[in-house]
Each structure stands twice: as structure tokens, then as C-alpha cells.
Design a protein. Structure first.
Length: 658
């Protein structure tokens, strides 16, 4: 590869040099032609002036050539090579000697000046007009041509590299990646019998041969396994893996998927044990198969369900994002198991106890898969036994702290959705004031949770949780709908005050959120200029390109975009560079320092001035701060100095007298 790169580089250099000399020679020929044309244009008047010994006129003719940009010299030389006249040209800019020698510079022409003899054959030149082209112009042309050619060939090399890489990806890398993905996603309970799918267009080459040999070996292993296997590895009724098979599969999973978090859920269904002396064999089998069907409905295909004894089941959960998801799965399993089950003439409501253990691998440590598998099973079993002691239908994590947190999250998620359904949320409005007039310039919509005990919960306490557990979309729709209703009412009353909505980094990269805004604006027939979106700079935006695309789409409709909490987040200047922004909101922590320490606010104001953005100061709490802001060209502010966030009715009474 190195040799190929060197040969390609040398070839490119040779082509560049050849073409460069060709282009320079063409330019020199063009200059020679232009110089000859110039010489012919002044030849007769200059000959006449020289014949009449009119040095003044001759000098004027030479000086008339000075404005022509391509010349650096225009002289009249006598036959004995003495200089008679010299054009008043500015001093020629220096050109490196090496360039002069390599490209044979300067370029000049000499045109004879004749008398007025009738006999052409007898005419002798009285003097010579010598014109010389500006070598620095040719030098600039050489540099420009060289840079263009180098850029062109480098771009060509890049295009060829991309094309070759694309071909290699299509022909080799993608098929190999597909095979690797297929191997990685093969079922855990039948690892020895998997058959690879032959890649398209690779039937007769080495890759196709590799796949065929692999499949042949897998078939041989399957036959050997069937012959050598003497003990049952599955439950004869449910066909689920038993402990003999499950433990090795768990060990294999821990070895293969060393970067994935995993979870073990142990389920003890006490009803199966209780039914041993009550139900006959047929009824017990029907009960077992019905419960196993319910368990399978809750377990995804990527996970593995096993039956380790008559009344105990285990679920291996792969690729666990967070422990909370294990609690959600356990809750689904519990709800499914404890539903009433009709069994011929009997109506049963089974009971269960569930224990959970969570495995988070450490890439730096050497892993003993057997030991880790045993530890996971013992932890989950221990948690399940603790759940049995606490009573029927209990779910416990092995780690009590983790279990408590997971239960709290699950409880809060339920509380949020219930509060939304019961109308416990309300929208407050905080005024934004124009410091120049003291009048209302806008309002920021802030959601509040009115709890049953009378406590008012701020969004910082429940919005992050709603984003994590999946309740943010419902809250978003409610906030947007309420804001649109307020704007619609104001629009009917000819009140032109915009409302600002806070939007997180997750929301702005979500197409459904953008479509929701567009649909709501159309539904309420609102002027989009009356809606502002405040992108919180303290929120991390994982997909900057998609977020910028979504914001640009909203901005086209007329919605203004503000960057909230500016200066306190991940990358304020980076967000300004990549996101379409109309307004900067200075964080309260900066405003608190003025007028005593105003350096940071000055910097933000300067940035906004350069980018032609409006500025809103947050958290204004004193008259001195207002005066400083107004004096330094920051005309909009909000904070407790004017008013806290108010309920809609109180806000309208205070500012609109309605």
C-alpha cells in the first residue's frame, strides 16, 4: 500500500509539472502577442516623434503605456543599445530568481522604429521600442495555477479513494458486516446449529466458499450434538431450557457480549407448587402451559426464557440500557402472571415472587464467566427469596438501593401520567419587559404541577424524569396545546404578545415534535411569529445536524429560536455556530453579577451585536441591573424585579386588564 501511494504521488507530481509548464508557455505566448499589439499601436507616432527629435511627445507616448497592467517596462533603445527614453513605470515587484530561471522570464519584445524613407529596402531602424511584461503577474499566475492543479488532483485522488472505498465496502465490508451481525444475533438457545445466509453475488468466490464451509461445519456439529447428547436439556412439556442448558448459555452470553449490560429475572410462581396436590396431571400441564404462554408474551425474542424447576423460571435480559427497564419488565411479567386464569371449571388467580439482578461488565477486569454466571443467579434468587418473605406478588432488586430507586421512578412515572390525565398541571406565564418603554414584550410559558397536598412542583423536578421514562411526549403535547389556546385567545383580542416555550435537546431533534408544532399552528390558525422556542443550552444535543435541520424548518414558518441559559451549558458558541438562532437569553448567574462584575455580560452582548441577535436578560432582580442593561444596549429582561411566573388569569388581569 505504501509503494502504491508513493507511485501515485510521483505520477501526480509529474502531471502537475508538465501541465504547469504548458500553461505557463501558453500565458507567455499570450503576453508576447499582447506586447506586439501594443508595440504596433504606438509604433508610428513614436517613430515620428523620434524622427522629429520630439522627446517630450515620445515620453508622453511611452508614459501612456503605464496604465496597461501587463507592462513593467517600455524603453526606446538606440541601435547601439543605448537607452534613449524610458517609461515612467513603478518599480517592478520582486520575483524569486529560481522562478525567473526555470520559466525563462522576463517576457519582452523589441519593435524597430523606422524613418520615412520611401525605399523600404533601404530603410534602417533609427531606434527600437522594447516592451517587457510584468514578471510578477506571471509569477502570480504560476502560483494560482499550481495551487489549482494541486487542489484538483488532490480532489481527484480523494474522489477516487472514496469511490474505491465505496466499492470495497459494497463488495467486501458490507457482506462481512452482515455475516458478523447475523452471527451476533443468532438465538442463544441454539448456538451450534445456525446457518449463515450466503451473501448475494458471492456464490463462487472466497466469501461464498467461507459461508458454505461454515454451514457444512455447523451441520456436522448439529449431528454430533444429537448423537452425543444423552441427557435432556429442556423441559419435556414447555420445551424451555432447563438449568443444565441455561447456565452454559448464560456463560457464553457473558463471554460474547462483554460490553453489554445484562439482567437476570428469577420468577417463582407459587401456584404451580400449590397445585401439585390439588390438580390432576392434565390440569397441572394446562396450568403450566398457560402460564408459560403468558411469560413468552412479555419476553422479547432477543432475550431467553428458561424453566429451572417445576415452579421457577429465569429470564436472561440482553443489552439492558438502565436498571429501570428491568423493573418495567418484571412489572409486566407480574401483571401477566397474576391475571385470572380460567382452567376448565376452575378460576385461578396465580401469585408470584420476582427477584432481579443487574450485571454491568468492567472492561478492565479479566472476567470469569462461570463465576459471574453463578453470582448473577445467586443474587437474583436471593432477591426472589426476599420478595417471597415480604408477601405475595412482590418484586425486589438484589441491591436494595437500586430497587428503591427503580420503584421510585416507576411510581413517579405513574404519578406524572395520572396527573396529566386528571388535569393537575397548569401553565404559568412570566413577563418579558422592554426596558426602553416598560411595556410587555413577551411571556415565557412555564409548566407547574399542582399536587393534591397543595405543593407546587417546578419543572426541574419532573421534566428530566419524564424524558427518561417516556412521558415527555404527552407533556409536550399538553404544553403546546395550552400555549396555542392562549395565543388564539390573544389573537382574537388583537393582543400581539409572543409566548416562549422551552424545548430540550431531545425534543428539537425529534421530527414528531416539529410536526406537532406545525399541526397545532395550522389547527389554531396562529401567526407563527407569536411563538418562540427556547433551546436550553445546558441540554446536550446528540444529533446537532438533525437539530439544526428541524429548527431551520420551524424558523422558515416564522417561529423565532432563542438560545436559553447562554454561557452555562455544554458549548454555547458551538450552538450559535450550528443552530439557527434569533435571540440569546443571558443566564441569571451572569446577570446576578452586574453591575459589580459585568465582563461576561459585556462579552455576550458583543457576540449578540456581531451576530445581529436580540438579547434577553434572565433573573433581573434590581433597578440597578435594569439601568446597566439599558445603558449597554440590552433592551429585554425578565425576572422577579418585574414579576414571578403568574397563572394565566392573573397575568392577563395585570398586563391586559381582562
Amino acid at each position: 500500500m505504501a509503494m502504491v501511494s508513493v507511485v501515485a504521488l510521483i505520477t501526480i507530481c509529474i502531471f502537475v509539472v508538465i501541465q504547469l509548464f504548458h500553461f505557463v508557455d501558453q500565458r507567455k505566448e499570450d503576453y508576447v502577442q499582447q506586447l506586439e499589439n501594443l508595440a504596433h499601436s504606438v509604433r508610428e507616432p513614436l517613430s515620428e516623434a523620434m524622427l522629429n527629435m520630439d522627446a517630450v511627445r515620445a515620453q508622453k507616448i511611452l508614459d501612456s503605456l503605464v496604465p496597461i497592467g501587463i507592462l513593467s517596462r517600455a524603453d526606446v533603445m538606440l541601435p547601439n543599445e543605448l537607452q534613449a527614453l524610458k517609461g515612467r513605470f513603478p518599480q517592478e515587484r520582486a520575483v524569486p530568481e529560481a522562478v525567473m530561471k526555470i520559466f525563462d522570464l522576463p517576457v519582452q519584445v523589441s519593435m524597430p522604429l523606422y524613418g520615412i524613407e520611401r525605399n523600404i529596402a533601404a530603410r534602417q531602424p533609427s531606434s527600437y521600442l522594447v516592451l517587457q511584461a510584468d514578471s510578477f503577474r506571471i509569477y502570480q499566475f504560476i502560483l494560482s495555477t499550481l495551487s489549482t492543479m494541486v487542489s484538483t488532483y488532490l480532489l481527484l485522488a480523494l474522489i477516487l479513494t472514496v469511490a474505491i472505498s465505496w466499492c470495497m465496502n459494497r463488495l467486501l465490508v458490507y457482506p462481512l458486516r452482515a455475516l458478523a451481525q447475523e452471527l451476533r444475533s443468532m438465538p442463544l438457545d441454539t448456538p451450534n446449529f445456525h446457518q449463515l445466509t450466503p451473501p448475494p453475488s458471492h456464490g463462487d468466490d472466497e466469501l461464498g466458499l467461507l459461508v458454505r464451509n461454515y454451514n457444512r461445519n455447523q451441520q456436522a456439529l448439529e449431528k454430533a450434538h444429537q448423537v452425543m447428547s444423552r441427557m435432556s436439556t429442556r423441559n419435556p412439556l414447555t420445551n424451555l431450557p432447563n438449568m443444565t442448558l441455561f447456565v452454559p448459555l448464560l456463560e457464553q452470553h457473558l463471554l460474547v457480549c462483554r460490553k453489554e449490560n445484562s439482567g437476570i429475572v428469577v420468577i417463582n410462581i407459587g401456584t404451580l407448587q400449590e397445585a401439585m396436590g390439588v390438580l390432576d396431571t392434565t390440569q397441572r400441564d394446562a396450568l403450566l402451559t398457560s402460564l408459560v404462554s403468558r411469560l413468552k408474551e412479555c419476553v422479547s425474542e432477543a432475550d431467553m426464557l428458561a424453566q429451572v424447576n417445576q415452579d421457577r423460571f429465569v429470564v436472561l435480559v440482553r443489552n439492558v440500557e438502565m436498571p429501570h427497564s428491568l423493573m418495567l419488565l418484571a412489572k409486566d411479567l407480574m401483571d401477566s402472571i397474576t391475571r385470572q386464569l380460567d382452567l376448565e371449571t376452575l378460576a385461578l388467580r396465580p401469585t408470584a415472587s420476582i427477584g432481579i439482578s443487574f450485571y454491568q461488565p468492567n472492561a478492565e477486569d479479566t472476567m470469569d464467566a462461570k463465576k459471574e454466571a453463578e453470582l448473577l443467579m445467586s443474587q437474583a434468587s436471593s432477591a426472589m427469596n426476599m420478595a417471597m418473605r415480604e408477601g405475595k406478588n412482590q418484586i425486589l432488586f438484589f441491591e436494595p438501593t437500586l430497587a428503591r430507586k427503580a420503584k421510585e421512578r416507576l411510581t413517579k412515572e405513574t404519578e406524572i401520567m395520572n396527573a396529566l390525565a386528571q388535569g393537575d398541571f397548569s401553565l404559568y406565564l412570566q413577563p418579558q419587559i422592554d426596558l426602553r418603554t416598560g411595556r410587555l414584550a413577551g411571556a415565557e410559558a412555564l409548566i407547574r404541577w399542582n399536587r393534591k397536598d397543595g405543593e407546587l412542583t417546578l419543572p426541574s423536578e419532573f421534566i428530566p424524569l419524564a424524558e427518561e421514562v417516556g412521558g415527555i411526549e404527552a407533556l409536550d403535547e399538553w404544553v403546546i396545546s395550552e400555549s396555542m389556546k392562549i395565543l388564539s385567545t390573544w389573537q382574537q383580542q388583537n393582543i400581539g404578545v409572543p409566548i416562549s416555550l422551552n424545548v430540550s435537546g431531545i425534543q428539537i431533534a425529534n421530527l414528531s415534535y416539529v410536526e406537532l408544532l406545525e399541526r397545532m399552528l395550522l389547527e389554531y390558525q396562529l401567526d407563527p411569529h407569536m411563538l418562540h422556542l427556547e433551546v436550553t443550552e445546558t441540554a446536550y444535543i446528540s444529533n446537532m445536524e438533525q437539530a439544526a435541520e428541524m429548527l431551520a424548518r420551524l424558523r422558515k414558518t416564522g417561529i423565532k429560536i432563542a438560545l436559553d441559559d447562554f454561557g452555562m451549558g455544554y458549548a454555547g458558541l458551538n450552538y450559535l455556530q450550528h443552530l439557527p438562532v434569533d435571540i440569546i437569553k443571558i443566564d441569571k448567574n451572569f446577570v446576578d453579577q452586574i453591575p459589580a462584575d459585568d465582563a461576561l455580560v459585556r462579552i455576550v452582548a458583543s457576540i449578540a451585536d456581531v451576530l445581529a441577535l436580540d438579547v434577553v436578560a434572565e433573573g433581573v432582580e434590581s433597578h440597578a441591573q435594569c439601568e446597566w442593561l439599558l445603558e449597554h444596549g440590552i433592551y429585554y429582561a425578565q425576572g422577579y424585579w418585574f414579576s414571578p411566573a403568574l397563572p394565566q388569569e392573573e397575568f392577563q388581569r395585570k398586563y391586559f386588564l381582562i
